[in-house]
Design a protein around this ligand. Structure first.
Ligand SMILES: Cc1cc2nc3c(=O)[nH]c(=O)nc-3n(C[C@H](O)[C@H](O)[C@H](O)COP(=O)(O)OP(=O)(O)OC[C@H]3O[C@@H](n4cnc5c(N)ncnc54)[C@H](O)[C@@H]3O)c2cc1C
Length: 396
């Protein structure tokens, strides 16, 4: 039976790059992918546009536990290397406020150039190969699939992703493989995920969008605040600002079982502190606005539906307070099918910083979202996938 040098488990962003890099430096490599095609998540990323990376890849954009690892990996394959890598494959990039996208605005262009390179390099791909066991051999490993196939090789790179969008392939099954070598898995929770709220406010305003400052408030303390878009939905809150503060909330609710979890919304961040009370006073007194119509021209007209009750009998100061700090008690998060990435995964303390080899099992490497490395939205998760895939592919 043919023995490969390197077996890559998973053909997503990190697995594809790992295989390309391994082959380019002369290794005999194979990809084992459970789905009938590669890179399904690349295709949906960035709402189909694929926000491939970011101009500023400093480690502060990642979770604190992962920063040393992230720094080490980007020092070997950083933002410029990612750009050069894709440019050499013929992919032209453009930047929007530091976020990098293909100029075609099509995620399919990204996958196409990667698939082309895999073909040029003649890298074999085993499709419909869902790995469910990695057996140790006297030298190397035998990687076995659920449907009875197997391949063997000297090194294994596990790049099976996290748990989001299981229909695209990554369902957490690779945590089990890592666990079989004794790896600790930090409990995965959905991140960049919409939030569940039981409040008539959301129900009445579903579909409405505003610019706001959203803050996560856990046990009465503000954890994070972001300026951006808020979208009311029939089940709660979404929009970029909410997705960007959802990580701490998801950890608090889904991992730590906390109950005192809220979001505070400043609905009028574009009006300065004292100006707001002036504006309200002026509207009530001089202009004679009805209370429900008080914010017309500032917030969407539909807000009248909620302001009628909310502002009833309230003083000017109280109205200003409501507009500045509308609290929503969070009762849960939407699930894996609506989360952009996974917070949690393989404990980064058990992975060698310079090579991404397991500290527990020689010859086993990791790359991508399977590790407890979570970047902010804005190209940070794909940047991590490319860079960690490149470094793991060296199997040093
Ligand atoms: C809707 C959405 C939008 C996103 N947009 C962006 C964005 O614009 N920018 C950004 O930076 N990040 C974005 N992300 C996150 C980013 O796409 C991921 O972090 C990244 O793709 C992870 O790459 P990966 O290779 O680690 O894992 P994946 O892409 O999940 O790949 C894992 C592969 O392993 C295969 N696999 C899993 N288990 C097995 C097994 N047991 N055997 C064999 N194969 C297996 C899977 O089928 C899959 O092909 C987005 C994510 C989502 C869901």
């Amino acid at each position: 039976m043919h023995k490969f040098n390197t077996i890559v488990i998973g053909g997503g962003a990190s697995g594809i790059i790992a295989a390309i890099n391994a082959k380019r430096i002369g290794k005999d490599v194979v990809i084992c992918e459970k789905m009938p095609r590669l890179g399904k998540k690349i295709l949906v990323s960035g709402a189909g546009r694929c926000n491939i990376s970011n101009r500023d890849l400093s480690a502060s954009h990642y979770n604190p536990e992962a920063r040393e690892l992230v720094k080490s990996v980007f020092s070997r394959f950083g933002g410029d290397d990612i750009k050069k890598f894709f440019s050499k494959l013929g992919l032209k990039l453009c930047s929007e406020a530091g976020r990098l996208f293909p100029v075609t605005n099509q995620a399919s262009s990204v996958l196409k150039v990667l698939e082309e390179e895999l073909r040029n390099l003649k890298i074999p791909i085993e499709f419909d190969f869902e790995v469910n066991n990695i057996a140790g051999l006297a030298r190397g490993f035998k990687v076995e699939s659920k449907n009875g196939k197997s391949v063997s090789g000297d090194y294994v790179i596990i790049t099976g992703g996290g748990k989001t969008y299981p229909s695209l392939g990554s369902d957490g099954s690779c945590y089990v493989l890592a666990g079989s070598f004794g790896h600790k898995i930090i409990e995965p929770v959905p991140s960049a995920v919409p939030l569940l709220v039981k409040d008539r406010f959301c129900h009445l305003l579903q579909g409405q969008k505003i610019q706001c400052i959203a803050k996560s408030v856990i046990d009465g303390r503000i954890k994070k605040e972001i300026k951006g878009e808020l979208l009311f939905t029939k089940y709660g809150l979404s929009g970029t600002a909410v997705l960007d503060i959802s990580e701490d909330i998801s950890i608090a609710i889904n991992r730590l079982g906390k109950k005192d979890v809220a979001v505070s919304i400043d609905m009028v961040p574009f009006i300065d502190g004292p100006e707001l009370e002036e504006e309200i006073k002026n509207r009530l007194q001089k202009k004679g606005f009805a209370r429900e119509d008080l914010m017309i021209g500032i917030l969407p007209n539909k807000f009248s539906l909620v302001f009628r009750d909310l502002f009833k009998g309230a003083s000017v100061k109280k109205i200003a307070e409501i507009l500045r700090d509308k609290r929503f008690s969070i009762i849960g998060t939407r699930g894996w099918n609506e989360a952009e990435f996974t917070t949690g995964g393989i404990d980064t303390g058990e992975v060698k910083e310079n090579t991404l080899e397991s500290k527990l099992k020689k010859g086993v490497y990791f790359a991508g979202e399977i590790m407890n490395v979570n970047g902010e939205r804005g190209g940070y998760n794909l940047a991590w996938a490319w860079a960690s895939g490149f470094v793991a592919g060296l199997t040093e």
